[in-house]
Design a protein around this ligand. Structure first.
Ligand code: CMP
Length: 151
């Protein structure tokens, strides 16, 4: 397994509903390392860049409105196979289809209010990390439990 990084964003609905701690806690308990994190009032420019692959789709404008409506918590997560692992913890894009036990399955109801975003692949992760964070904002450190997480 490769050590990699992914980008995750706790969306405005989850921040407003008080789920920041719950969501971060799930990543911490899984042993995933948080290497960067910040609360961001997202402007239209950043939102459009983040969702540029969806430009022209019917949900593009409502999604921009949603993401810019209230602050989000952006983070970079690090670990072995972390891109796939975080996607699994996040659940299906539509909370109606997301399994119970996943973040969207447990806390969401509507696709337009789906709690969290997580990068869907290696290229997306790299694009999103560079879009949201400067290299100086990403910390390199060891967690004391690392030797107990790996074989
Ligand atoms: P996210 O994983 O951040 O990627 C695209 C986002 O667009 C998605 O989560 C939802 O917040 C939003 N969205 C709204 N409607 C749709 C839709 N019909 N299909 C996909 N994404 C949608």
């Amino acid at each position: 397994m490769r050590k990699e990084r992914t980008f995750a964003m706790i969306k405005p609905d989850a921040v407003q509903r008080g789920f920041i701690g719950e969501i971060i806690s799930r990543f911490e308990k899984k042993g995933i390392k948080i290497v960067a994190m910040k609360l961001v009032a997202v402007d239209r420019n950043l939102a459009e860049k983040h969702y540029e692959v969806h430009k022209g789709k019917p949900f593009f404008e409502p999604t921009i409105q949603y993401i810019t409506s209230s602050p989000v918590v952006a983070m970079v997560l690090e670990g072995f196979n972390v891109i796939e692992m975080v996607r699994a913890m996040t659940g299906a894009t539509n909370p109606q289809n997301a399994a119970m036990g996943t973040i969207r399955g447990d806390f969401g109801q509507f696709i337009g209010r789906n709690i969290i975003h997580a990068s869907d692949g290696k290229d997306t992760a790299s694009f999103e990390i560079n879009l949201w964070f400067s290299p100086q904002e990403i910390a390199q450190y060891s967690r004391i439990d690392e030797q107990w997480l790996t074989e």
